[in-house]
Design a protein around this ligand. Structure first.
Ligand SMILES: *Cc1c(COP(=O)(O)O)cnc(C)c1O
Length: 437
């Protein structure tokens, strides 16, 4: 479920029309729903209530301060992957004591910052990293709270670029080796071994891989409790969302109200995992990013031109792969709809097979191909749905294009939570060498 719906033919985010927002703040524009964010968070949080648990939102999915604050207010902890993200969490009013720090390449500076700020746990991904954390902690005269990321070698059955839990991936320490690494880490005096972590991949739509991975690591977790009194197990993020409610191409009805049919619901997830985890008696962390933020956001874009070639109808819009990279990166599907519906839009005769493309000079710069969409024209606005996770955060300035603005909506209120970048800002930190002047 999300809070974008048509009322009297106009797309709304909660109680604010998308049309009014794009007129006021320009295009392209990211719009986020406060209600969707908090509902997604609460749904997961409630489902896990039988466990001593913390939901740690994966900040990399959407790190806008307004979004982070919304979740901090809801009681979320955070999964972070850089020192920059830690500083963002603090700028948004979140607490480092509810942050866990993942990532294979933590620098000494990042480790130092995390320790000074009182991070809950550094989730180490290799033995050299543990040695480095110990060294930094010794210098700071601290005991560094650490968990080790185990790679359970379970295929998450998702897109290759977002699978992380098999031995083909760079993440974590192999299941067969990890216990020996714990044993060696326990001899490093400035480490406090606090937990066990894993994360097998992203956009999982079935619970089975999670179940398999948890079952596989439970005996290990038990031994770690006995040997090192670990306090927590983090089972990672990865819960998938519905990107394509129709799930069939060429359907005459391009707009479908979002229903979580056959999807990994928090209930289903919790009902399979709680019985496995509860007997451990450990604190349980989960690290969802996409599940919480994915459906909370849309990207609105203006139609600039219609271009017909012999075989194709191109709808050229003012957003591009630099604003939303997912289709170019992962071939991913985003539902696309005009923000105003007209009578008869659902009739085949009023639709046209469309390639919605951006203005960037790359063939990968497209949002959909050969999709039946209502006919649109210059100046119309389209919304790309489910753009709340891995959307703006992956934006770049490629082609000297400015970052779009971001707006957060709550009920009737809407506020710009990131101003549109100004073109001059793009080269403000650049200079021409003196010897060229
Ligand atoms: C990216 C990431 C997540 C979040 O993944 P989602 O698929 O967005 O839920 C969680 N944990 C770690 C360690 C990650 O790198």
């Amino acid at each position: 479920m999300h809070d974008f719906s048509f009322k009297r033919g106009r797309l709304y985010c909660e109680n604010v029309s998308v049309d009014s927002l794009v007129k006021k703040h320009g295009s392209p524009l990211f719009i986020y729903s406060h209600g969707t964010l908090t509902r997604n968070f609460n749904e997961l949080d409630k489902a896990l209530a039988p466990l001593d648990h913390t939901v740690c939102f994966a900040a990399k999915a959407n790190s806008n301060l307004g979004v982070l604050r919304t979740l901090a207010n809801a009681g979320s902890g955070f999964d972070i992957v850089s020192g920059g993200e830690l500083q963002r969490i603090m700028a948004a009013g979140g607490s480092p004591s509810k942050c866990i720090f993942a990532g294979v390449g933590k620098t000494e500076e990042e480790i130092e910052l995390a320790l000074k700020k009182g991070i809950y746990s550094l989730n180490a991904e290799s033995e050299p990293e543990l040695i480095r954390i110990n060294k930094v902690a010794r210098r700071l005269k601290k005991k560094a709270p650490v968990a080790i990321r185990v790679n359970p070698n379970i295929d998450a059955k998702t897109h290759a670029k977002i699978t992380t839990g098999t031995y083909e991936n760079k993440f974590g320490i192999a299941f067969e080796e990890v216990e020996a690494v714990y044993d060696r880490a326990s001899k490093l005096k400035n480490l406090h071994i606090r937990g066990l972590q894993m994360h097998i991949g992203s956009q999982l739509t079935e619970v089975e891989p999670f179940e398999k991975a948890v079952k596989k690591v439970i005996p290990l977790a038990k031994r770690l409790v006995e040997k090192y009194s670990i306090e927590f197990i983090s089972i990672g993020g990865g819960l998938g969302i519905v990107y394509d409610p129709a799930l069939e191409s060429g359907d005459a009805k391009w707009w479908r109200s979002p229903k979580r049919k056959d999807l990994l619901t928090p209930k289903k997830y919790a009902s399979k995992l709680i019985p496995l985890l509860k007997p451990l008696g450990l604190k349980v962390l989960i690290e969802p990013g996409r599940f919480i933020a994915g459906n909370c956001g849309i990207l609105v874009t203006r139609v600039e031109y219609l271009k017909q070639t012999g075989v194709k109808n191109f709808v050229i819009v003012d957003a591009a792969m630099n604003d939303l990279a997912r289709p170019a990166l992962y071939d991913s599907y985003h539902q696309i709809t005009p923000i105003k519906q007209r009578a008869g839009d659902n009739l085949k005769k009023n639709q046209i097979s469309s390639d919605v493309v951006g203005p960037i000079c790359e063939s990968g710069d497209y949002f959909c191909k050969n999709r039946m969409l209502p006919k649109t024209g210059e100046g119309d606005y389209l919304a790309l749905l489910s753009a709340g996770a891995y959307g703006f955060v992956m934006a770049s300035n490629y082609n000297t294009r400015t970052f779009p603005a971001e707006v957060l909506v709550k009920g009737n209120q809407a506020e710009v939570v990131r101003k549109r970048q100004k073109t001059k800002q793009l080269w403000a930190s650049e200079s021409v060498p003196k010897w060229l002047k």
